[in-house]
Structure formats: structure tokens, C-alpha cells
Design a protein around this ligand. Structure first.
Ligand code: FRU
Length: 348
């Protein structure tokens, strides 16, 4: 009954929209609760920004955002609060799979629609999952590494892999996809036991600083995200070895990974889109009574020297100000907005 009433109010709101002011909070019939794992990384800030921008297009929703502060227990409590408030839809990007599966299942069992974003859980007791295909990204990175080290069947070299959070599904899948490809190459040697870099630049630095001391020769570093790849590059540079190594990352956000590729710091990065905007679009479909698929897979692409400049130009991150040609003529205001959204601390 409550839902029928809300759909009725939604139809009335939508009909009145072109002539009315933005509804006040008390007129918003739908509440969406979004539980974000952390806001310590630029990718997360872009994610929040894209989610908020999409949500602002729907005057009928009130959006509540909670930051789990990189702590699974805190995130668990945030979702419990949404359950207690009986929000209409919960969106969650879980820090880890195991510790957050029970609270997601609890919401689902109570009939609250719950959409899982980016990192998956230990079971499928939720309404929908939206994210990239991390095994495929790992395989693509593996194929890229093999090509750079001499080609299929002939590749030679020592590879250091720097893991993201080991208890999260993207790190597990990015490892698996990469391993599936490089394990077929007898000339490739994988260095050291896996160590958890928890997606952080400073841990990427530490792991690499240890590795350069322990191994005479590292040919390629594959890090599960761009900040760790960048941290590894800095450690190699401090040790005076960065020029003989290739660095691969994942995420490809313009003001970070793409810029590092353009500057020659990273050899390549692989796009991992944030599910922020799509999360809101799918939640709105649900609220409007449409059915949604159990899984939405976001596209990826390889970003290297061949296309990094074009991407930066398109985002207005390089252009006339830097003395290079502007293809799409984006203004410096747009450039500033994109840079701000993707700079640490820039959009919260
Ligand atoms: C940000 C992040 C991204 C990574 C994603 C994986 O917290 O570490 O860099 O691609 O999470 O879930």
C-alpha cells in the first residue's frame, strides 16, 4: 500500500515538474541510501560525484550518503541504519565481501531492494550487481604484459604483481584473469608471494621498495589500481630503476591514471568505470516499478600512449593553456570541474 501511494505521488510529482519548483525534502517521496566503502581515493570521489550528479536529475528522490571510512564494521552499521529507517532502495559498494554479506542479505530478506556496486559479495542474495568485469580486465592486462615482454609464446621477464584488498572480489578477479594469461608463458617469472596493497599508493610504494631490494631485475609491475602503480613507480624511481621497468595500473580516471600514462609514468591503464550514475538509474527504474536485470556489466578499454592524449583533450585536462592543440574545444571551466572532481578531497 505504502509503495502504491509512493508511485501515485511520483506520478503527480512528475506531471507537475515542468511548472513547479524543485520539491522540498518533505515532498520527496523516495529515499535512497548509499553506503560508500571509503572516500580516501580519487576513484571513490569521482564515484560519489557521478552518483550525486545523476541523483540530482530526479527531484523526487532524497539521497543519503554514508562513508564507511574504509572500515567494514562502520559500513555494516551504516547499512543497518538504512534498514532501520526503511529507506526505499539501498546502494552499497562494500569494502570487503565476507564481512558485509550478512547485512546485505538482511536488507534483501526484509524486502528492501539492495543494489551492490563495484565489489561483489559472498552470495547473490541481493537485487542487482553493477560493476566492471574484473577477470576480463585482468586478462586484458595479462595480454598487454605478454605483448610488451616479447609476444605470445616468446615473452620473457620478471613480473611483480601488487594486489588490491585481498578480501575484495575485484582484487581476486584481477589476479585470476592476469594469472590465466601469464601462466601460459614459460618465459615469464612471477616474483614474491602476494601481499595486500589495500588499493593504497603508500602500500604500493612499500611493497615495491622491498621488491627492488630483493630482486635484481623487475621488468614489469602489474598493480590492481593506478594509485598503487604510481606508488610502485615512485619507489622504483627513488631506487634509480624506474627507466628499465613498465608499470600497468587499472582505473583510468582522466586526472590520475590517464595523466600518468600521458606523462610516461605508467605504460598503460585499463578503464574501470565507476558505477555511480548507473546505480541511480537502475534504482530509479526499480522505484518506477520496472524490472531490472540481476547484473549490469560496465565497459572497459585499454589506455596507453596511443589514446591518452585524446582522452585528456576530451576532458579539457590539456589544451590551449598548455600550448598543445585542443580538438574538442572544452573550456578551462570544464577542465577545472573535471580536475576538481578527480582530485583527492576535491568533491566531498
Ligand atoms: C577505490 C578502488 C579503485 C579500484 C576499486 C576496486 O577504492 O580501490 O581504485 O579500482 O576500488 O574495488
Amino acid at each position: 500500500m505504502r509503495q502504491v501511494l509512493k508511485v501515485f505521488i511520483l506520478i503527480v510529482c512528475m506531471a507537475a515538474l515542468p511548472w513547479s519548483e524543485t520539491p522540498a525534502a518533505e515532498d520527496k517521496p523516495f529515499v535512497i541510501g548509499f553506503s560508500q566503502a571509503t572516500t580516501t581515493e580519487p576513484w571513490r570521489l569521482l564515484f560519489n560525484k557521478e552518483l550525486r550528479t545523476e541523483a540530482a536529475k530526479y527531484p523526487e528522490i532524497e539521497l543519503i550518503v554514508r562513508d564507511g571510512q574504509d572500515d567494514a564494521q562502520k559500513q555494516f552499521s551504516d547499512v543497518e541504519e538504512f534498514i532501520d529507517q526503511r529507506v526505499d532502495v539501498i546502494l552499497i559498494s562494500p569494502k570487503v565481501a565476507g564481512a558485509l554479506t550478512p547485512v546485505v542479505n538482511k536488507a534483501f530478506n526484509m524486502g528492501i531492494p539492495i543494489i551492490v556496486l563495484d565489489r561483489d559479495l559472498a552470495n547473490k542474495r541481493y537485487t542487482q550487481f553493477i560493476g566492471g568485469d574484473n577477470k576480463r580486465i585482468g586478462r586484458t592486462a595479462g595480454e598487454y604484459a605478454v605483448a610488451r615482454l616479447g609476444g605470445k609464446g616468446k615473452a620473457r621477464g620478471n613480473i611483480l604483481e601488487i594486489w588490491g584488498g585481498m578480501k575484495s572480489t575485484p582484487a581476486q578477479d584481477r589476479h585470476q584473469g592476469f594469472a590465466d594469461v601469464i601462466s601460459r608463458e614459460p618465459g615469464i617469472n612471477s616474483l614474491i608471494e602476494p601481499r595486500d596493497g589495500d588499493w593504497k599508493q603508500d602500500l604500493g610504494y612499500e611493497i615495491m621498495a622491498d621488491a627492488v631490494e630483493r630482486f635484481d631485475k623487475i621488468d614489469l609491475v602489474y598493480a590492481h589500481n593506478d594509485p598503487m602503480a604510481y606508488g610502485a613507480y615512485l619507489a622504483a624511481k627513488d631506487a634509480g630503476h624506474e627507466k628499465s621497468m613498465k608499470f600497468l595500473g587499472i582505473d583510468g580516471i582522466p586526472a590520475e591514471g590517464v595523466r600518468w600514462v600521458h606523462e610516461g609514468v605508467l605504460t598503460a591503464t585499463f578503464l574501470y568505470m565507476t558505477p555511480g550514475a548507473e546505480g541511480i538509474r537502475q534504482a530509479m527504474k526499480l522505484l518506477r516499478g520496472e524490472s531490472i536485470p540481476p547484473r549490469v556489466t560496465l565497459p572497459t578499454m585499454t589506455i596507453d600512449k596511443s589514446n591518452a592524449e585524446d582522452i585528456l583533450l576530451r576532458h579539457g585536462l590539456i589544451g590551449d593553456q598548455q600550448g598543445s592543440k585542443t580538438k574538442n574545444g572544452l573550456t578551462s571551466i570544464a577542465a577545472g570541474a573535471v580536475a576538481a572532481a578527480t582530485r583527492p578531497g576535491g568533491s566531498e
